[in-house]
Structure formats: structure tokens, C-alpha cells
Design a protein. Structure first.
Length: 100
């Protein structure tokens, strides 16, 4: 309990003695380090975004059109594979020896 606003000796023994100076200095350094890290992230991110934009603009085929082309190729390949699977001579023979 407290007597006149001061902690009793038994309560004071349960808590470590902490100086506020090093805590304040540490907090300031953490804040400054965070600001430096954020500014580095902004600079690097801006550079990467600009480089990516230049790369996309220099492409002969836009990425959206290339994605559509690849999707059509994948669909056609899947259809050909399925057709080949269904029409293969072994597809007509079951595991029990009878034809479908």
C-alpha cells in the first residue's frame, strides 16, 4: 500500500529501478531509425515502380494481351490432351477386360 504517495518498501522491492533517461533515448533512436527505414523503403519502392513501368511500356505485347494469349493456348492444350486421352486405344479397354 502507499503511505503519503510513496510505495511501501515491500512494494518497491517487487519492481526494478528504471531510469527514464535511457528509455527516452532508446525511444528517440527507435523513432529516428524507423523514419530512416521508411524513407529508404519509399526511395527503393519508387525506383522499382518506375523501372517496372518503363519495362512494361517497352514491351512489344502488353501484359494483358500476353495473358489472354497464354490462356487461350492453355485451354487449347487442355482440350487436345483430353481429346487424346478419350480417343486413345487403351481408353476403350476397362480394367475388367470389357469394352465401354
Amino acid at each position: 500500500m502507499t503511505v503519503n504517495g510513496n510505495a511501501s518498501p515491500s512494494q518497491a522491492a517487487n519492481w526494478p529501478a528504471v531510469d527514464s533517461g535511457p528509455l527516452i533515448a532508446g525511444g528517440i533512436l527507435i523513432g529516428l531509425g524507423s523514419l530512416i527505414a521508411l524513407s529508404g523503403l519509399a526511395i527503393a519502392g519508387g525506383h522499382l515502380a518506375a523501372a517496372t513501368r518503363r519495362w512494361v511500356n517497352d514491351m512489344d505485347v502488353p501484359p494483358s494481351q500476353l495473358a489472354k494469349l497464354r490462356w487461350e493456348q492453355a485451354k487449347e492444350a487442355a482440350a487436345v490432351g483430353a481429346r487424346s486421352w478419350r480417343e486413345h486405344p487403351n481408353a476403350k479397354v476397362s480394367a475388367f477386360g470389357s469394352a465401354h
